[in-house]
Structure formats: C-alpha cells, structure tokens
Design a protein around this ligand. Structure first.
Ligand SMILES: [Zn+2]
Length: 205
C-alpha cells in the first residue's frame, strides 16, 4: 500500500496491529477519524491510555476492575464460597448476562496448552489452590470451554484440589463440545450452570 503521507502510514500501521483488522480496514478507520472533530480522536486516545494505565486486576478473582477488588467480589450478596472457574473475563460477562449465578469467579487468564507453551504456572491456578487451602471455598464450578485444553486444565485443577473436601462440578454441556462460552446463548448457558453436574461424573462420561 502506497501512502501519500508518513503520518497516515504510521496511523494505519498502528491500527492494523489490532487483531482482525487488515490494512484496508485500518485505512478506512483512520480516514474516518481524520474527518471527525479533534475531540473524537482525543477522547479515543485518552480512553485507550487510561485503560492501559489505570485498570487493575481484582486481587481476589483476577477479573478486570477499576479498583483493587472487583464489584462482584465486593458485593455482599454474592456467595464467596462458590467459585466459578473461567478462562477470561469475557466468560464472566457471558455468565453474568444469564442472571442465574450468585457466586463469585476465578479468572485463569487462559488454559493449559502445551503446544503454545502455556503451562499451569502461566495461569492463576496457584492463587485458586491457595484459596481452597485456606478453606474459603465450598464449591468450584468449572466453566471452561469443552476443548482438549479446557479439559486438561479442569483435570489439573481437580488434582490440585481433590484432597480439600470441596465440591467440584462442571457446567452441564447443553453447550456443544468445543463451543466457547461467550458465544453460547444466555438461556442455554444459564441452564448449564443451574444444572451443573459433579465433576467426577463428567470424567467417566
Ligand atoms: Zn473479583
């Protein structure tokens, strides 16, 4: 792509760095911004910078938050003894949309994936086992996507925690194998949390 301006080229390259955005789309977005009032670009730049500089990870569940403890963990109406284990914050958003769940979460920040070099220590499993050890948890609900990586991660955590007398369950698979939670419809996802099944039973299936 030939550019008449170095500044234009630089902006297009920065935008096309985003996932799913090719050079042509980047050019369209940049030209769109160029035609707006300066305020639009200033607000956009500021919100992105604020996001990066000010956002925190909840100390309890690793959810993305504006404060040290996220709104879900800080809510006295939530049952702190039930912990739903999810891959990332998009899963929390999907489950919260169902309005069927009153426990709290634990965000792993990924799944165990040997091919991509992601091991248990790259995730937040240690802080989950710590909470389990301290006796804060009565039930853990696994809500990872039903892929090989998801199953491996569930099983790894199950092995870490099986001696702590904690009920472990997995969301019922109304969601078909391999589906990501965030794409499941709210009714299906809500049902699969309500009708969760004991984890050990899912192993035998
Ligand atoms: Zn939290």
């Amino acid at each position: 792509m030939e550019f008449s301006s170095k500044l234009l080229q630089e902006a297009v390259e920065q935008v096309s760095f985003l996932p799913g955005i090719g050079k042509r789309t980047a050019l369209r977005l940049v030209l769109h911004l160029l035609n707006q009032d300066q305020e639009v670009t200033t607000d956009l730049a500021k919100s992105l910078l604020d996001l990066k500089l000010k956002i925190k990870r909840c100390k309890n569940c690793h959810n993305i938050s504006d404060s040290e403890i996220c709104d879900i963990c800080a809510n006295p109406k939530r049952d702190q003894s039930i912990v739903c284990v999810v891959e990332d914050i998009r899963d929390i958003m999907a489950i919260e949309n169902t309005e069927q769940y009153r426990g709290v979460y634990h965000v792993l920040n990924g799944k165990i994936n040997p091919i991509e070099g992601i091991g248990p220590n790259d995730l937040t499993i240690e802080s989950l086992t710590q909470k389990a050890k301290e006796g804060q948890i009565n039930e853990i609900i696994f809500a990872l996507s039903s892929t090989m990586e998801g199953d491996t991660t569930n099983f790894y955590i199950y092995k870490q925690i099986e001696n702590f007398d904690i009920k472990m369950s997995t969301i019922a698979r109304g969601i078909s194998v391999g589906d990501e939670l965030e794409f499941a419809d709210e009714v299906t996802l809500g049902r699969s949390i309500v009708h969760r099944i004991p984890f050990e039973k899912s192993l035998k299936a």
